[in-house]
Ligand binder design. Sequence first.
Ligand code: AMP
Length: 371
Amino acid sequence: MSIIKLHDKHFKTYISAQEIDNAINTLVTQISNELKDETPLFIGILNGSFMFVADFVRKYNYNCEVSFVKLASYEGTNSTGKIKKLVGVNEDLTGRTVVILEDIIDTGNTLQEIFEIFKDKNLKQLKIATLFFKPDVFKKELPIDYVGISIPDKFIVGYGLDYNGFGRNLADIYQLTTQPTMKNIVLFGPPGAGKGTQADLLKEKYNLKHISTGEVFRFHIKNETELGILAKSYMDQGNLVPDEVTIEMLKDEVNKNIGVGGFIFDGFPRTESQAIALDEFLAEKGETINGMVALEVPEDLLIQRLLERGKTSGRSDDQDESKIRNRFDQYNSKTAILKNYYTVQNKYFGVNGVGEIKDITVRLSNVFDKL
Ligand code: AMP
C-alpha cells in the first residue's frame, strides 16, 4: 500500500491491478458465454473507460466490434439548461447487440442518459457492464447486467478514473485519504556518507525522531539480546541482517514513538522489500515517505573516511578494508537500486556529500525545507 498526492489531495492504494485483472477475467467469461454466437458491439464511455475497454477486449476471444462514445453537455434551449448528447456513434445500430462498458456506475445519472439515447436506435438488445459499482448510491430502476467489483461510496482514482484530470494513468485504484501529518525522510547514502552525523544535527532542527537501524542493532549487541546475537553474525562480516528481522525491528521502533512529528530513517530501507514494507506500514497509519535525501560521495573518499572512523568508533566493520569493501558490495547490489524506487515516485533528492559538515547540513536543510 502506498500514498500518493494528486493536486491538493492524498490517496492510498485500495484495489490492486491484480484484483482488477481478476474482475475483468470474470466479466469476460460471463459475457463470452452469453454472446459468443453473435457479434456484439462494445461501446466504452469516455474518458474513464479507455483502460477497462482496452483490457477487456484484449481478453475477449470471439468476434466483436469496439467503439467509444463521449457524453457531452451542451447548453440547451429548454429550462433545465443542460442537455446531454452522445458524441461518437454514427453507425446504424439497428438489430445490433450493444454492450456498454462503463468504468464506474454510482448514482446512475449517466447510465440513465445512455438508456434514453439508445432507446431510439432499434437495437436487438442493450446490455450494461461496469467494472466498478456503488450499490449504496445507485438510485435508478435500471438493469445492470454485469458488475466487476462492488464498492462502498468512496471517491476513487486510477485505472482510467481521475481527480481533476490526474490519476487516470495509475494501474491500481486509490481512495481518498486524510492528509499525512508527519515529515518522514529517508536519509540515504553508502556507508560512511555521513548519514549519522547529519541526522544528529537535522533531528534537532526539524524536531524529528532519528532511527538508525545500525545503531539499534549495535545497542542489542551490546546488551546481548537475542536479536543482538543474531544480528552480530551478519554485521561482523559487513552483510545485511535478513529483511524479516530488520523490518520487524524498524516497526517496533516506529511504534514506540507514535506522536512524533516525523522520522529520519538512517540505514533503512536498504533493500527493495524493506522499502515496500515501509511504504505499506506508513500508509496503514495514513502517513508516507516525503522524500529520500541522498548524500552523494565518491567511493574512494568513503573508504578513507571509514578507516579513519574505525580508529575511534570501536566498530569492527569499520576496521578491516575487506569488510568495508563487502559493505559497498552489499550497498551496490541491494541498496543503490532504491534510488530508482524513489525516483519513480518523484521523491529522490541527491545532495553533494563532500565538504565541511556544516556546509552539507545547509545543503540538506534546503531539501528538508521543501519536503
Ligand atoms: P550502519 O550503522 O547503518 O552502517 O549499519 C551497520 C550494519 O547493520 C550493516 O552493515 C548491516 O549489517 C546492519 N544493518 C543496518 N541497517 C540494516 C538494514 N536496513 N537492513 C539490513 N541490515 C542492516
